[in-house]
Design a protein around this ligand. Structure first.
Ligand code: FEO
Length: 128
């Protein structure tokens, strides 16, 4: 089952809510892939692409405002994912979303939140 868990909490309410929404779109994508619902799959991956884009922008703005020292590296990870997701989105126009695609996206986002997003969590809590 694809869902956000408290173990992935960064302690920042806004970012956690955005991460939860990302997992909801991953679950929708998974459901569309399992049921071979082509149009819904294309819709879900479009929403996931747009949502992650706006989440990354919000997260990067917050990290920039707090002077997070790992910002450049973090932004590079986001860019790598954005490019890969754009390719998969394009591919979804011609064929159904595969289980491998859903697994790749879920694994990438889970690992990114668990490691890279967690790395900034203590920093956001620091008094400035
Ligand atoms: Fe929450 Fe770095 O993405």
């Amino acid at each position: 089952m694809i869902e956000w868990t408290p173990a992935l909490s960064t302690g920042n309410e806004l970012l956690d809510e955005q991460h939860k929404a990302i997992f909801r779109w991953l679950a929708e994508l998974d459901s569309a892939a399992a049921q071979e619902r082509t149009l819904f799959g294309a819709y879900a991956i479009t929403r996931l692409k747009n949502y992650t884009r706006s989440h990354f922008a919000a997260e990067e703005a917050l990290l920039k405002a707090t002077g997070y020292p790992g910002l450049e590296e973090h932004m590079a990870e986001h860019e790598t994912f954005r490019a890969r997701l754009a390719e998969l989105h394009l591919k979804s126009i011609g064929e159904d979303i595969s289980a491998d695609t859903v697994k790749f996206l879920t694994d990438w986002l889970t690992n990114h939140i668990a490691r890279s997003d967690m790395a900034y969590a203590p920093y956001l809590k620091k008094p400035r």
